[in-house]
Design a protein around this ligand. Structure first.
Ligand SMILES: C=C1C[C@]23C[C@@]1(O)CC[C@H]2[C@@]12CCC[C@@](C)(C(=O)O1)[C@H]2[C@@H]3C(=O)O
Ligand SMILES: O=C(O)CCC(=O)C(=O)O
Ligand SMILES: [Fe+2]
Length: 367
């Protein structure tokens, strides 16, 4: 069993064919291998009008932030935050660096290609092998220092990228710790209940990955898919999107809901590890990214998880005779390995009690 997230995929290498690295800009017609006939049989394909329902936007300075967040976590599993304290210029600079990276010639990007059993580098999403068709996107994953890959991409000019990424990660780590206490606080959990958050309660040992995503303009967007439906394996994910729509979340009873970009705002997704920690009270949110005909979309996901060695299980305060723990303990590295093997059945694979009503786990519905 690996002990660090950088090693989790050694046992599940993804061997991608050269053909899967498409130079999107040179394509005038959607290749059949990218044509998703229908996105998913099990899910409603229609997208709810934004007038009907929209993802909550939470002002972190508002005195009611904790209450509103509790409601958003219970009913949505996703929300946007404003007044979050991350300087806007860092958000802009990070998106600019992402844009520069994806604008490089394909030959150059492939110099920093993710190795089959590796975690960092340029490539298609890790979840690609679970879908029949290819996704209209490219990604760059950073775990630890980006230095080695940045040097491959820009041999004489890599420091700018590294500096911006370092600063961005620092800001995200600070914000993620703050958000964790708000989310946990809304469940009545305090610092004494979570020893692994460290003596200062600042989650100093937390692990994280940064995922830069690019969704190029697409000649046939209605038949293509940017990133297939999935939940994140994280505690929470902080997502920055440029000014182009594309992120959609699945809300029970409503269907797909667009998450429109709001200048300066960040999208927060609850992930599978939080579902385990909260004993299912808060559920990870299925989401996907769609594409459009005219504009490139960029997003940066900060995927935030517990320290590598910590066993995560339902918080004792949230379980009792009436609500026994429904998940066994698991480290993030083990969970990421399970996700690499079982994908959307990752959560059920660590479930220890049948659901009370015999229904499937929400994640089982995504096939
Ligand atoms: C820590 C991680 C979460 C992630 C797999 C990874 O090792 C690094 C990339 C992450 C990402 C980003 C895009 C969507 C996703 C499902 C994927 O394929 O790679 C997530 C993974 C995840 O949350 O399981
Ligand atoms: O680009 C997006 O909006 C979604 C990205 C995402 O889901 C991810 O990186 O995990
Ligand atoms: Fe995601």
């Amino acid at each position: 069993m690996p002990s660090r997230i950088s090693d989790v995929f050694r046992a599940h290498p993804v061997h991608l064919h050269q053909k899967q690295y498409l130079d999107f800009n040179s394509v005038k017609e959607l290749p059949e291998s990218y044509a998703w006939a229908k996105f998913n049989n099990d899910y409603p394909s229609s997208v709810a009008s934004s007038k009907e329902e929209s993802v909550p936007v939470i002002d972190l300075h508002h005195p009611n932030a904790l209450t509103v967040m509790g409601h958003a976590c219970r009913t949505w599993g996703v929300f946007q935050v404003i007044n979050h304290g991350v300087p806007e210029d860092i958000l802009h600079q990070s998106l600019r660096e992402g844009k520069n990276l994806f604008s490089l010639p394909m030959q150059q990007k492939l110099k920093a290609a993710r190795s089959p059993g590796g975690i960092s580098g340029y490539g298609v999403a890790r979840i690609a092998p679970f879908f029949e068709k290819l996704m209209w996107s490219e990604g760059f994953t950073i775990v630890g220092s980006p230095l080695e890959h940045a040097q491959q991409l820009w041999p004489h000019d890599y420091t700018g990228f590294c500096d911006v990424i370092r600063e961005y990660k620092k800001e995200m780590k600070k914000l993620a710790g703050r958000l964790m206490w708000l989310v946990l606080g809304s469940l009545g959990i305090s610092k004494e209940d979570l020893k692994w958050a460290g003596p200062r309660g600042d989650f100093s040992g937390a692990a994280a990955a940064l995922q830069l995503n690019s969704y190029p303009a697409c000649p046939d967007p209605d038949r293509a898919m940017g990133l297939g439906v999935h939940t994140d394996s994280t505690l929470l994910t902080i997502l920055l999107q440029n000014n182009t729509s594309g992120l959609q979340v699945l809300k029970e009873g409503s269907g797909w809901i667009n998450v429109p970009p709001i200048p300066g705002a960040l999208v927060i997704n609850l992930g599978d590890m939080l579902q385990i920690l909260s004993n299912g009270l808060y559920q990870s949110v299925p989401h996907r990214a769609v594409v459009n005909r005219t504009q490139q979309r960029l997003s940066i996901a900060y995927l935030y998880g517990p320290p590598d060695s910590v066993l995560i299980s339902p918080i004792p305060k949230l379980v009792g005779p009436a609500c026994p723990p429904i998940y066994r303990s698991v480290t993030w590295t083990e969970y990421l390995q399970r996700k690499a093997k079982y994908f959307n059945r990752g959560l059920s694979s660590v479930r220890i009690h049948a659901t009370k009503n015999g229904l499937q786990d929400v994640n089982d519905k995504i096939v």
